[in-house]
Design a protein around this ligand. Structure first.
Ligand SMILES: [Fe+2]
Ligand SMILES: [Fe+2]
Length: 267
């Protein structure tokens, strides 16, 4: 990876700090919206899935439950060094939302009458990789993972063959579309002083990682994707479109105005 500590995420770059007040307000208000979506889910409704489909979602949800469960300690301690308390407070609330996603997958597993998973290699590998990185690179990885996972959450929200699973998909996809915008806003700040050639190289490195991450997701969650009417190959192509849009938004013009929160609803 092309980490350059002296250019990392705004520290000592002299760039004007972004106003993350809107984001902080968004994350503070979001639990009320979460409750609204969750109130529409019939948690007590019995799952009518056939056994192979049920097993496909069990395998998939067990991995997502683990993947979303981190306490974010290392990420937050890196972010604390950046000297923007508003950003840090917003990031803390984002991490809390991720933990809620893990709990939602746990609830989905209850609905499917299945246990949690102890550990999975793809999650462990990702955690080891992230620990070694600076904040900007870690946020880049976050953006990659969230943008490629978005296609899965959207497919779950729109076409999962069980209303509880669709509700979980909607609930998470709604958060994630704002998480992606939040990462973009912070990453733009981190790349503001990086020359265009450097950003092109970073874009190439990100694309390789995104291709791999989307392939792992396509293979690991293939049966669940298929149960949502999406072949793993089609998912992969769509994931890469979503990733490229997000990466372009960061790297093409990092001086652009912040995106801010999208508001409510999946678009
Ligand atoms: Fe998440
Ligand atoms: Fe997220």
């Amino acid at each position: 990876m092309t980490e350059q500590p002296n250019m990392d995420a705004g520290a000592a770059t002299g760039t004007k700090p972004l106003a993350f007040d809107r984001w902080l307000e968004h994350f503070r208000g979001n639990p009320a919206y979460h409750r609204l979506i969750e109130a529409d889910i019939d948690w007590n409704g019995r799952s009518m899935l056939d056994e192979p489909t049920r097993q496909a979602f069990i395998n998939s949800f067990q991995r997502f439950e683990l993947g979303e469960s981190g306490d974010g300690k290392r990420l937050l301690s890196k972010a604390a060094l950046e000297g923007d308390p508003t950003y840090l407070a917003a990031l803390e609330l984002l991490v809390r939302e991720e933990q809620k996603h893990s709990a939602l997958f746990r609830r989905g597993l209850d609905h499917l009458e299945a246990p949690s998973l102890e550990a999975h290699w793809s999650d462990a590998a990702f955690t080891v990789l992230r620990r070694a990185l600076g904040l900007r690179t870690e946020l880049g990885l976050f953006l990659i993972v969230e943008s490629v996972a978005m296609g899965y959450f959207t497919a779950l929200a729109e076409r999962a063959p069980d209303p509880v699973l669709r509700g979980i998909g909607l609930r998470i996809a709604t958060d994630e579309q704002d998480h992606i915008r939040f990462q973009i806003d912070r990453l733009r700040q981190g790349f503001r002083n990086t020359p265009r050639a450097g950003r092109v190289l970073i874009g190439m490195a990100w694309t390789v990682i995104a291709g791999g991450a989307a392939a792992v997701l396509a293979v690991d969650h293939g049966p669940a994707l298929r149960a949502c009417g999406l072949s793993p190959a089609r998912y992969w192509r769509q994931a890469m479109v979503g990733f490229r849009r997000a990466a372009h938004s960061v790297l093409a013009n990092p001086g652009a105005e912040p995106l801010g929160p999208l508001g409510k609803g999946v678009h």
